[in-house]
Design a protein around this ligand. Sequence first.
Ligand code: FES
Ligand code: FES
Length: 159
Amino acid sequence: MIIKFKLNGKNVAIEAPGGERLIDLLRERLNLVGTKEGCGKGECGACTVLLDNKPVCSCLILAAQVNGRNVMTIEGVESDARLRAVQEAFVEAGSVQCGFCTPGMILSAAALLRANPKPSRDEIKRALSGNLCRCTGYEKIFDAVELASHKIMKKAASK
Ligand code: FES
Ligand code: FES
């Protein structure tokens, strides 16, 4: 079947074979390799993308399921000010080591900050609980989300 959806702000129409996973469509046929595959079972969060602004594991979603919907991957960072603020904060807070978890973390954090621009540390931990990181010990990642929150609030106050 041909599916039509919005990907990082642009309209896409593409044949989606039955059973094809969203992560395979993104990485293998659309060359969006910022989305990583870790476990392939919905456990690590490395494959997180935003589907209608909510974080989902693209290894568990069929490509056909995004028909008519809105998908954002880490490659959409330039088109989304909030995503950009989170990405900058991750770099500034030193939250990136091997970087494998980073795209998924940034997308989960951006979804949290869209729903709740000033989350508590506990709310940040809860929102990122589906994203595993084997390198950082998580504290610098939580610092980065707090920093992104400050940046977003400051920008909103200056308007
Ligand atoms: S690769 Fe999808 S959750 Fe691990
Ligand atoms: S920075 Fe290496 S897995 Fe998180």
